[in-house]
Design a protein. Structure first.
Length: 527
């Protein structure tokens, strides 16, 4: 960020000759980068349009342009000069974009795309120009729709605070995961209660406020930090107030959609108060720097280096597109046909239906197979396979919008999760374990169904329970030309059966998991 406060600039007499030479290559380069990565740009705009969390991003590019325009008097005397060594970080960003495409991680592709747009400015115009408009360039990163990964921990923190505050208020609470019961009724902390929308908007507006009102970098960082903490704490207080309003009114108010309205009104009051307090310490505007008149005849800016930089950057941007085109030609065209084997080594026989009526929250799989198995010991295990091919930003193996169990599921409530290594197979396998409880009749826990879920991924013939490892396996799989076939495996069993769920799942992993892997291998060979 620039260490001097932005100020309304005096209007220059006209566009200097060196800027008339430098601006056309820069504008054409920006348009070319957007054109090469038009799919990523369209995905970003699509998220802005359909997600309330990121609707504020529509105003980010115009604000960035306005901030840069305010500095035009300071920019006018600066002579642009290309920085060829920035081609190296541009290559790295192009590689990061390619990796994000290969593993279908939107955040990586969109961050890399935005960083490439920003890097075009110093690459063509040089560091003195970039230093002057550093904050307007950095502000563009608020257009990247990233932050939903914070939703689960924010929901957990909101639930923790709300329940602790209720107990301090003398209200008895029975809690299971993100759902809880008080004497007046049942409540759930859902995605809208996470406060991520408030947080994203507050960080963007708070950063802009700090830049425009403070000259000191220390003040700016302090206010930016407060803009992070205040919406989080305010959301906790909001959630507590909503529950208390419902409790004290016997659920006549704040128990329906109106509590969302109350939440936004409360948030607006809190943010307004934050800015009013912050304005008390605002710094006076600095006087614009006095630009010394040029001495001697103006030396024209040579255009050739600017245009060569444009050509070089466009070539760098086209390289990952060429790799993806090659990969697309190698992809299988047919949709897979997935079925569960009738028996698994003779020790597990297929059931006519899964032993428990439960289905994962996976979305957009190319093929699914769901069923159940029973062992000679009487142990019963359900199996759900979700198979993915031709993965993209909507259809992908690892996705934050397609968890095994949604945190706000109204039928099955996830109460605990973690990882464990299961011995007994060859070799041992790590699984992600999730314990879920049927939500029907939340106050009568003994009458409800309890499930234990074991989840893992199958990618390029390998098993892993870790999201990041699955993404890396998928990237390597595509780079070596093996396509992108992958699958999610979920094993589930009821705790109510004789011997419990863990014993049944361990027995299945030891004797039946290999059969499922063989079936997935056979499916991957279908063309």
């Amino acid at each position: 960020m620039s260490s001097t406060a932005p100020i309304p600039a005096q209007r220059p007499a006209g566009i200097p000759a060196h800027w008339r030479t430098a601006l056309p290559p820069l504008l054409l380069l920006l348009l070319a980068v957007v054109g090469v990565f038009h799919g990523t740009a369209a995905d970003m705009v699509g998220i802005w349009w359909r997600s309330d969390t990121f609707a504020h991003a529509f105003v980010v590019p115009p604000i960035s342009l306005w901030l840069a325009w305010r500095l035009r008097a300071q920019l006018a005397p600066l002579r642009p000069a290309p920085m060829p060594w920035l081609l190296l970080p541009m290559v790295l960003l192009a590689a990061a974009w390619l990796l994000g495409e290969l593993v279908a991680v939107n955040a990586v592709t969109q961050l890399a795309f935005t960083a490439m747009l920003v890097l075009c400015v110093p690459a063509v115009l040089g560091w003195p120009v970039t230093r002057t408009v550093l904050f307007p360039l950095g502000f563009l990163f608020f257009a990247v729709p990233i932050g939903e990964f914070m939703m689960p921990p924010l929901m957990q923190a909101t639930a923790d605070f709300t329940i602790a505050a209720l107990r301090l208020s003398g209200v008895p609470v029975y809690r299971e995961g993100l759902q809880f019961v008080i004497p007046s009724g049942k409540w759930s902390v859902v995605e809208a209660c996470s406060g991520v929308r408030y947080l994203m908007a507050s960080i963007m507006v708070g950063s802009l406020f700090a830049y425009l009102n403070y000259n000191s970098m220390r003040k700016r960082w302090i206010f930016a930090g407060v803009s992070v903490v205040v919406p989080i704490v305010a959301n906790w207080v909001r959630a507590y107030m909503i529950v208390m309003l419902g409790h004290l009114s016997n659920n006549k108010i704040a128990a329906g959609a109106d509590h969302l309205i109350y939440g936004w009104v409360f948030f607006g009051i809190v943010i307004g108060a934050l800015f009013m307090i912050g304005a008390r310490w605002a710094d006076p505007l600095l006087e614009p720097p006095v630009v010394a008149p040029a001495v001697g005849p103006a030396v024209p800016l040579p255009p050739a280096p600017l245009w060569w930089m444009l050509v070089a950057i466009v070539a760098v941007c086209l390289l990952p597109r060429a790799v993806l085109e090659r990969d697309a030609r190698a992809q299988a065209q047919a949709d897979p046909r997935l079925v569960l084997p009738a028996d698994l080594g003779g020790r597990w026989q297929a059931l006519s239906a899964p032993p428990v009526d439960w289905t994962p929250a996976f979305q957009h799989a190319n093929a699914t197979a769901r069923g159940g198995y029973v062992a000679a010991s009487g142990a019963r295990v359900g199996v759900h396979l979700a198979y993915y091919r031709h993965q993209d930003d909507k259809r992908k193996l690892v996705s934050s919008i397609s968890p095994v169990v949604r945190a706000d599921d109204r039928t099955w409530n996830p109460v605990a999760s973690g990882w464990r290594v299961v011995e007994g197979g060859t070799p041992a396998v790590e699984v992600r374990e999730i314990n879920v409880l049927e939500t029907e009749g939340l106050s009568a826990a003994a009458e409800r169904q309890r499930l234990r879920l074991w989840h893992l991924y199958w990618v390029d013939g390998k098993l892993t329970a870790r999201d990041v490892v699955a993404k890396l396996y998928g990237a390597r799989q595509r780079l070596v030309g093996h396509g992108d076939d992958a699958a999610s495996i979920v094993l589930f069993a009821s705790e109510n059966q004789p011997g419990g769920a863990e014993a049944a799942l361990r027995e299945f992993v030891a004797a039946g998991l290999g059969g499922l892997q063989a079936q997935l291998e056979a499916t991957s060979r279908q063309r």
